[in-house]
Design a protein around this ligand. Sequence first.
Ligand SMILES: Cc1cc2nc3c(=O)[nH]c(=O)nc-3n(C[C@H](O)[C@H](O)[C@H](O)COP(=O)(O)OP(=O)(O)OC[C@H]3O[C@@H](n4cnc5c(N)ncnc54)[C@H](O)[C@@H]3O)c2cc1C
Length: 456
Amino acid sequence: MSSSTPGADSPMVIVGAGLAGSLLGVYLARQGHDVTIYESRPDLRRTDIDAGRSINLALATRGIVPLVDIGVIDQVDAITIPMRGRMIHVVGDPTPDLQPYGTQPHEVIHSVSRSDLNAILLDAAEATGRVTIEFDARIESIDFETSQLVFDGGRTEPFGVVFGADGAGSRVRKAMGAKGSSDFETEWLDHSYKELTLPPAADGSHQIDPNALHIWPRGQFMLIALANPNGDFTVTLFAPNETFDQLTAPNKVDSFFATEFADFAALVPDLAEQYFENPTGRLGTLWADGWAHQDKAVLVGDAAHAIVPFHGQGMNASLESARSLAQHMAAAGDDLAGAFAAYEADRKPNADAIAQMALDNYIEMRAGVVDPDYLAKRDLALELGERHPTRLSPRYNMVMFSTMPYAEAQSRAATQGEIIAAAIANPAIDVDALVAELDPLPSLDPLADPDALTNS
Ligand SMILES: Cc1cc2nc3c(=O)[nH]c(=O)nc-3n(C[C@H](O)[C@H](O)[C@H](O)COP(=O)(O)OP(=O)(O)OC[C@H]3O[C@@H](n4cnc5c(N)ncnc54)[C@H](O)[C@@H]3O)c2cc1C
């Protein structure tokens, strides 16, 4: 047995039983490893860690693939709601306008409760029979000299390999930084967010269309809403920090929402109460170089590449990274250091690409979706995509509905953007000829089944 293959005295541990950590647990178990996952919070299957609020996320093709791979997609199907496009709410217009995401039936994204999805993944990890999850176990630091995990309270446990799936504020990454193996920095936005709930109607139904991602774009800020199966919506206000600083009293909150989001405010009687009860969250991009420490530690998910939420890809990218890490480990056999290095070389350029596209998408969501120039370009991109389905796909669709590497989606989008801008500036240009010269779009991952989730 190679020194890098963990034995009984040097177990494989995952820090963090969130989405990436629990998925990775399934993959490692499938490769024959016994794994312990340490999770700082209580078991969300037994405790309401969201304090009564449903918090949901948009699940897209890249996130769906690993869920198909580990065989939980039917369970996930039961808890998702398809969203076919953006429903745009403009000030003073009582009728919102649907901008479909695509022209194909499978080009929909899916609203899913974060904790319900996490519960499915925790069950799947435990069902392997090889994964033990210890809750209420917070890792404080890691001693790489003695290969010991140090817990909050001073307890220690030995490890052979540690997988850091402990989110944006990762302790594993911090410990790797202290050894010089990881160099990282968080670039904070001067915008923050607050989650609110749009309750169900008296009969339990959704008060607005559940099959769309609702956006109230207001230039510098925006509100978005995603439906939950129980009839309510998770609503998020994204705004500059100064806006949050000004909303210091209930009358200010009520008047802000009545002015900016009147149709929404009319549906939520306890808006100000919710506003002050719920925390305000910061938004940042983690730029991390160095995702591994020898054959001892490696980062996955937000611990390696936390991004701002404006492309709805943080979870999708995290699930994709967990699968990628497992694939590199399977390919490298006992050479764990080689597997970790290959995984980082593969994923880091793609993580950087989605980080940048997520930042760009904030401007698109809060302002672009009502900008005539943006809309003309998007319409032309969709039209060209329909005429040349093997050559061109709008950027949003390459990110959300394909499995091509993010960096490829980013560079293709730049080239396509130039063609589209040129065609709009000069309608005499033969745009079809230019599109026909583009390299063919890569095929989807074989597990990217368009019918994996029922779209009804
Ligand atoms: C407002 C908002 C909206 C979002 N919307 C979307 C969306 O629509 N689509 C999408 O794809 N993504 C979205 N995301 C991003 C998504 O939430 C994250 O990318 C995803 O949760 C990352 O999963 P993870 O498992 O890597 O990290 P996390 O979900 O952060 O999980 C980390 C786990 O580690 C545990 N942990 C942390 N520290 C320790 C420790 N020291 N010891 C032990 N355990 C520890 C935590 O308790 C947690 O369970 C959104 C994010 C935000 C903030």
